[in-house]
Write a protein that binds this ligand. Structure first.
Ligand code: OGA
Ligand code: NI
Length: 395
C-alpha cells in the first residue's frame, strides 16, 4: 500500500489543508486526466425515454436500449419527478410541454419520464425525486460528520459488507485516488441493515427506501435489456441466482491539483448493471472511440451502465465500457452508484441463445461468480479487464 504523507487516512480529513497533493496521489505524466482535452468533445451518452416502456412504444424503446448498450455501454434515464408527475395528472400531455422539457437537456433523444400515470402497470417501479433528494442530502451529511464518526466504519478489508474506506483498494493501490467512500450491501436488506451507520439518524431509513426503489427499477431494466438481446424477459434475472445489490457513496473532496490525479481511474464495473446517481457537479467520463467524453449531470437522471457480467451473459453483444471520475478545485462531488450483481453462488456464462458455433462462438466459459469477485478485489483498479481470465479456450 502507498501510505499518504499525512497521518489522516481519509482524503476528506486533509484535502482542505494542503496546497499540493501528497506524492502518493500523483500519477505519472503518461497517466493523467488531460482535462482540457475532454472538455472539447461534444458527444454525450444517450438519454432514453422509459415513459412508455409498458405501452405501445415498448419495441422502439427496447431498440434504443439495444443501440445504447452496444454503442456506448451507457445511457441515462430520467426518474420520476414528483412535481411533474403531479402536473401530468392535471395537464394533458401537450407536445409543447414535452418540447419544453426536451430543451432543458443536451441530448437530441426524447425526454423520459418513468410515468406515474401508468402507476397501475409499473407499480413501485419509479424512483421519486423526494427519495433521491433525501438520499443525496443524508449521504452528504454522512461525509460532513466529524472524523471520529466516519472512522468508526473504516476498514481496508474488502470482504466487509459495510465499510468506509478511501482510494479504491488501499491494500493494493500503488497510487491513491482522491476519493473516500462508504460501501454497503443492501439486498436482502434485512441481512445488512443492522450494520449500516447509525448516524445521521435518518441514514438507515432513507437508504433502505432508496435501495428498495432502485432495485425495482433495476429489475425492470434487466427485463428490458433481456428483451433487447432477443432473450426471454426474465432471462437475465434468472441467471443472477438470488441476486445481490451493493451501494457505494463516493465522496470526492475539492482537490488543489486535479490535473495530477483521479477520483477514480479508468475501470470497468464488475456488475451486471450499475445505476449511478450523481449530484450536479461534473466528474464522470466515459471512454468512446478513443476519447474520454464528459457526462454532464442532468437533474433527475440516473446513469445506467453495462458491467462485466452483462458482457459475459450477452456474449459480448454489450460491452462493459471504461469510465473514470475526475476531481476539481472548486467543489466537493458526491456520486451514489448502485451495483447490481449475481449472488456469489450464481454461475455466469454466455446465454445459449446468443451462441452460434459458426458466427458467434462462446467468448467466455462458465464460472462461479465468486471466482470473478475474488479476482476483482485481489488487485488495484485497472483498465485491464478481470474478464480475460474467464475467456473460453480458443482451441
Ligand atoms: C464507480 C464509478 C463514477 C462516479 O463507483 O464505479 O464509476 O462518477 N463512479 O463517481
Ligand atoms: Ni464504475
Amino acid at each position: 500500500m502507498a501510505a499518504p504523507l499525512t497521518s489522516k487516512l481519509l482524503v476528506s480529513d486533509f484535502a482542505s489543508s494542503v496546497r499540493h497533493i501528497p506524492l502518493t496521489y500523483v500519477r505519472p505524466i503518461s497517466d493523467r486526466p488531460q482535462l482540457s482535452l475532454v472538455e472539447n468533445s461534444g458527444d454525450t451518452i444517450p438519454l432514453i425515454d422509459l415513459r412508455d416502456l409498458y405501452g405501445p412504444n415498448r419495441t422502439k424503446i427496447i431498440r434504443q436500449i439495444s443501440h445504447a448498450c452496444s454503442t456506448y455501454g451507457f445511457f441515462q434515464i430520467r426518474f420520476t419527478s414528483d412535481r411533474s408527475a403531479r402536473l401530468k395528472t392535471t395537464f394533458s400531455r401537450s407536445n409543447e410541454r414535452l418540447k419544453a422539457v426536451d430543451s432543458t437537456t443536451r441530448s437530441s433523444s426524447p425526454t423520459v419520464w418513468l410515468n406515474q400515470r401508468k402507476a397501475h402497470q409499473i407499480k413501485n417501479h419509479g424512483v421519486s425525486e423526494t427519495t433521491v433528494n433525501k438520499m443525496l442530502t443524508v449521504a452528504r451529511e454522512f461525509f460532513h460528520q466529524p472524523e471520529g464518526e466516519r472512522m468508526k466504519h473504516y476498514s481496508a478489508d474488502s470482504t466487509k459488507t459495510t465499510r468506509v474506506s478511501t482510494s479504491f483498494n488501499v491494500s493494493a493501490d500503488k497510487i491513491l485516488n482522491w476519493r473516500d467512500y462508504l460501501r454497503l450491501h443492501c439486498f436482502p436488506i434485512q441481512d445488512f441493515i443492522n450494520e449500516w451507520p447509525e448516524n445521521p439518524v435518518s441514514f438507515k431509513e432513507i437508504t433502505a427506501e432508496y435501495a428498495t426503489s432502485v432495485r425495482a427499477l433495476v429489475l425492470r431494466l434487466l427485463e428490458a435489456i433481456s428483451e433487447s438481446l432477443g432473450l426471454e424477459r426474465d432471462h437475465i434475472s434468472n441467471r443472477l441466482g438470488t441476486h445481490a445489490q451493493h451501494m457505494a457513496f463516493n465522496y470526492y473532496p475539492p482537490c488543489p491539483e486535479p490535473e495530477l490525479t483521479y477520483g477514480l481511474p479508468g475501470h470497468k464495473d464488475p456488475t451486471a448493471i450499475t445505476v449511478l446517481l450523481q449530484d450536479q457537479v461534473s466528474g464522470l467520463q466515459v471512454f468512446k472511440d478513443d476519447e474520454w467524453i464528459a457526462v454532464y449531470p442532468i437533474p433527475n437522471t440516473f446513469i445506467v451502465n453495462i458491467g462485466d457480467q452483462m458482457q459475459v451473459i450477452s456474449n459480448e453483444r454489450y460491452k462493459s465500457v471504461l469510465h473514470r471520475a475526475v476531481v476539481n478545485t472548486e467543489k466537493e462531488r458526491l456520486s451514489i452508484p448502485t451495483f447490481y450483481f449475481p449472488s456469489t453462488d450464481a454461475v455466469i456464462s454466455p446465454a445459449q441463445e446468443l451462441i452460434d458455433g459458426q458466427t458467434s462462438p462462446a467468448v467466455y466459459k462458465s464460472y462461479p461468480f465468486v471466482e470473478y469477485w475474488d479476482k476483482f478485489w485481489d488487485r488495484s483498479l485497472a483498465t485491464a479487464s478481470c474478464l480475460d481470465a474467464f475467456k473460453a479456450s480458443t482451441t
